[in-house]
Design a binder for this molecule. Structure first.
Ligand code: CTP
Ligand code: MG
Length: 596
């Protein structure tokens, strides 16, 4: 208790000195925590948020000399990191060593003067670089080296995968090619930070944090950016009043000699379960002040009002934010818009704490065993290629549902590759306790407490078994349940029932219709059969040297093991594994006897 208070105590003496102030965020978890070689999601997020707040996003001209640009900026302070990328023009992300440098840079930044148009003079950290001097030397005209922010072009991926010697290597290689890069992750946090600056006009203490696949370890380059406007950090929110006599002795460990007149002690909810909340001590005088606040009918309607106003602000004042839609009547109200400079499709929600927990859970599962992420990436990719998933909302299976299906499958292996959620809950310590709107979201955060069983199955085996598992799963009667790690009787009539891990009365895949489920099952059957063909062909035919990529999910198996297909003049492989979305839809014309 005392140790915890050393960090959490915020003491205002009669002289008004703030002796120790710690952000609740840091107090909840040790942000430097790195156990068993795994960085906690809190640690990762805190690091990325810090970087984002010290960063600016600058629209750049390729003709400008890079060195000159950096020299110009470094007049404001040391630059920690910078990179360039392309999205409707070239942009530079520049992270300074301190926020003072950003302030100094903004101080010097001008508001453009335009004669014929009116501008909203909203200052943000999205800037444009102007070159008022002479043009740079011709050898600079090639422009800076840009970091890719989208998946590699399809042909390039095929080339990469076709050099791999096995399905296991291909799966690994596919994950590496698709997963978010360091730069893309930084850019995601920077966009959150820019959004925070807009929302901060109303709520200066708010935070905007990413969730979902941007941070759970399963994000593919180009995936949407899910964000939460977090108002929980607003000081004084969620407080309970206690007379300090009720906690004798508690608060005096690190106090200055003189008796404080007014005392605020913020106590970590988890480590002080007795109080179960942030504690606010009533001053000795017995008086205190409260803010007068507008009341809303419900938490939901408060969230809708806040998002509506922020949506207006983003739409009218937010540089680079276009196509703002307010989707306020959804189960989870949200704002949807495109952030043009980053190229991200953004969804901003508020008061969505359960989603943060499910992001943490997915992150934890992904960190437990590398096969988890590999399999999720591959299955998602396979599903997208076959049109089982789509970027457009509809009656199809979502990526989130697919991920939960992969996790469930891995829990059902013998021995299991990952533990059940109930087991993770049993391992939880007091600091992990979390109940959100009546939903128990408790699970262990300390990776070192989790003992894994020794399952040695290869990725190829697992991929095959995954298809086999769902090709024969009793969807009509049973529900997928990662909490129990065992299928349960379906509580309601829905073609596909996947219990939400935390809001257990909800079906994650409520949107899925019977046709879509049937397509999924049929494709699982086909893919399972195709993989089986490759396993049983003896001697195992090395697929065309340059087409090993085809063995990954299938069509090439059929092509190369079937004489009549092989003999056909031209094999047209289209919408196969790699035509991942409509932008990339490619048809590959391939003469069977030639390397593509
Ligand atoms: N979520 C949920 N229940 C759902 C849908 C989503 O709890 N029915 C939560 C999950 O935490 C999910 C997050 O909202 O990760 C974001 O949803 P979504 O963008 O649909 O999925 P992602 O996991 O981000 O995957 P994608 O790459 O397709 O965006
Ligand atoms: Mg998402």
């Amino acid at each position: 208790l005392r140790t915890s208070l050393k960090v959490h105590t915020s003491l205002h003496t009669s002289a008004g000195t703030n002796v120790v102030a710690a952000r609740e965020e840091g107090a909840r978890k040790d942000v430097t925590d790195e156990k068993d070689g795994h960085k906690s999601l809190y640690a990762l997020q805190a690091e990325r948020q810090g970087q984002a707040e010290r960063s600016v996003l600058i629209s750049y001209h390729s003709r400008i000399n890079e060195k000159k640009f950096l020299k110009y900026l470094s007049r404001h302070g040391d630059i920690n990191k910078y990179f360039f990328y392309e999205s409707y023009g070239i942009y530079a992300v520049v992270e300074f060593g301190s926020r003072d440098s950003v302030a100094s840079l903004l101080e010097e930044t001008a508001i453009p003067s335009v004669n014929h148009e009116a501008m909203v003079p909203f200052k943000s950290r999205l800037l444009s670089l102007k070159n008022l001097g002479s043009a740079d030397s011709p050898n600079q005209q090639s422009g800076p080296q840009c970091q890719p922010q989208t998946t590699v072009p399809i042909n390039q991926l095929i080339q990469t995968l076709s050099k791999e010697g096995s399905i296991d290597q291909q799966v690994t290689s596919l994950t590496e090619a698709y997963q978010l890069t360091e730069e893309n992750s930084r850019l995601r946090f920077l966009v959150c930070s820019l959004l925070k600056d807009i929302a901060a006009a109303y709520f200066p203490e708010c935070t905007v944090r990413p969730f979902g696949s941007s941070v759970n370890g399963f994000g593919k380059l180009g995936c949407d950016l899910d964000m939460i406007l977090d108002l929980d950090g607003i000081s004084g929110r969620k407080t309970k009043m206690f007379m300090h006599q009720q906690i004798p002795d508690l608060i005096f460990a690190d106090m200055p000699k003189q008796e404080p007149e007014f005392l605020t002690v913020q106590v970590d909810a988890a480590s002080l379960l007795t109080f179960n909340s942030t504690v606010h001590l009533i001053p000795r005088s017995g008086l205190s002040l409260e803010y007068q606040l507008k009341r809303a009918n419900s938490e939901r309607s408060a969230t809708q009002s806040i998002l509506s106003v922020i949506g207006e602000c983003v739409d009218q004042f937010g540089p680079g934010c276009v196509g703002v839609q307010k989707i306020l009547n959804a189960r989870c109200p949200l704002l949807r818009f495109a952030h043009q400079p980053s190229g991200f499709q953004c969804d901003l929600t508020a008061n969505n704490r359960v989603a943060i927990k499910s992001t943490e859970l997915l992150y934890l599962y992904g960190e437990l065993d590398p096969r988890v992420r590999h399999l999720v990436f591959t299955v998602r990719c396979w599903a997208r290629t076959h049109g089982i998933t789509s970027s457009i909302p509809g009656a199809w299976i979502s990526n989130f549902s697919l991920t939960v299906m992969v996790l469930f499958f891995l829990q059902r292996r013998s021995p299991p590759i990952i533990p059940t959620l109930d087991h993770l809950k049993d391992l939880a310590g007091p600091a992990d306790k979390s109940v959100i709107e009546g939903n128990d979201c408790t699970f262990v955060s300390d990776f070192s407490k989790i003992q894994l069983e020794s399952n040695t199955e290869t990725l190829e085996q697992l991929l095959h078994e995954f298809f086999e598992f769902y090709a024969t799963f009793p969807f009509s009667k049973m529900s997928i349940n990662i909490r129990k790690g065992k299928e349960q009787n379906k509580p309601e009539v829905a073609p596909l029932h996947i219990q939400n891990p935390f809001e257990i009365s909800l079906n994650v895949s409520k949107n899925v219709n019977a046709t879509q489920l049937e397509r999924f099952v049929a494709l699982c059957q086909e893919s399972s059969w195709l993989l089986q063909q490759s396993e049983t062909s003896t001697p195992r035919e090395p697929l065309f040297n340059c087409t090993t990529h085809g063995c990954l999910i299938g069509a090439w198996h059929r092509i190369t093991s079937n004489q009549s297909l092989r003999a056909s003049a031209t094999v047209v492989v289209c919408t196969f594994f790699f035509s991942l979305d409509s932008r990339e839809a490619t048809s590959i014309q391939h003469q069977p006897d030639q390397a593509p």
